[in-house]
Design a protein around this ligand. Sequence first.
Ligand SMILES: NC(=O)c1ccc[n+]([C@@H]2O[C@H](COP(=O)([O-])OP(=O)(O)OC[C@H]3O[C@@H](n4cnc5c(N)ncnc54)[C@H](O)[C@@H]3O)[C@@H](O)[C@H]2O)c1
Length: 363
Amino acid sequence: MSKKRIAIIGAGGIINSHIKAIHTNIDRVELVGISDINEERVQEVCNAFDIPHGYTDNHKMLNELQPDLVHIISPPATHKDLIIASLEAGAWVFCEKPLCRSLADFDAITEAENRTGRYVSTVFQWRFGSAGKHMKKLIQDDVFGKPMVLSCNTWWYRTQQYYDAPWRGTYEKEFGGPTMTLGIHLTDFMLWMMDDWAEVSAMIGTLDHDIQVEDISMAHIRFENDARASIINSALSPRQETYLRMDFQKATIELKAMYRYTNENWTFSTHPDLKDPEIKAQWDALDVDFMGSHDQQLSEILDAMDNNTRPPVSGDEARRIIDFNASLYKSAFTKTHIKRGSITPDDPFYFSNNGAPEMMEQA
Ligand SMILES: NC(=O)c1ccc[n+]([C@@H]2O[C@H](COP(=O)([O-])OP(=O)(O)OC[C@H]3O[C@@H](n4cnc5c(N)ncnc54)[C@H](O)[C@@H]3O)[C@@H](O)[C@H]2O)c1
């Protein structure tokens, strides 16, 4: 099979993860070009990574290079139009989180997928680690019994300087605070492993940054299977940690990490009254150890391209987190409980996470 031709849009901080993913899959892909509005940056990365073609015009690059796959890693507010332009140029898309501003934008992207027959996968590298995959399989096989109590905490720290970057700190450009850009990884990961969520109630606040968006959000969820979860998305926590705890009928599983995990970041515990060595044996049966990474997600997208099937983290599998976070914000702004799927095109929160009427009018 011929190598897939990859182009990248955006040459900022996250580029190293994408270059590494491309190098890891180099027997299946070639990196043909990059574009960024910052010409100096284009030159720098072309030189550093030996990229043959650099552009400052994204559309010119798409027209001239006709890539098979485009990695979109520019700021969030640029994603939607670049995704649609890439699909229309005949490419598949691997786009950084958060994929887009709203359910309205997500549904416009889906229309473009349907029109072009190409697909879009959102970067959510946490779903691709060996322990995460193992865990999802064990939950599906009902090894631990019912999930009941979950805790999903992204305790990270960000300075004011971080939020002073031109694309951060507003609903228009960043779409929200840590709910949309930091905790979105762990929340997506938990929702992916669990049954459908049913309803959410939330609170947000801006406690220590000069920004329009929140620097803390807290939410309570009830799942369709009646499990309960609490979520903290914080940009205010000097001792940083990413912590997921899942209490099932027969075991507690915990994940303690920062930006990435391997098998050793996970622990299994049970209670002396629960005598079932078989469960621990199934937990211990994991015999591979790889990190949740862009490398692994790219490899699975390439498999989907070879088979012309929908890639991971696309379609409903990507819409879930956009719907959930829109519902979390709507709950916080309206001080009500929000049910899954209740945000429809007649609702301002369908268009932006702060329910701003002007975003509805612009659409
Ligand atoms: N998956 C992860 O773990 C992870 C980690 C960090 C960032 N991200 C995501 O990656 C994206 C980029 O983040 P970053 O930290 O690299 O940002 P950054 O600010 O470091 O870089 C953004 C780059 O995009 C360029 N750019 C801006 N507008 C453009 C346009 N219209 N066309 C082409 N290039 C444009 C800028 O010149 C800059 O070089 C964001 O969506 C962010 O949320 C993901």
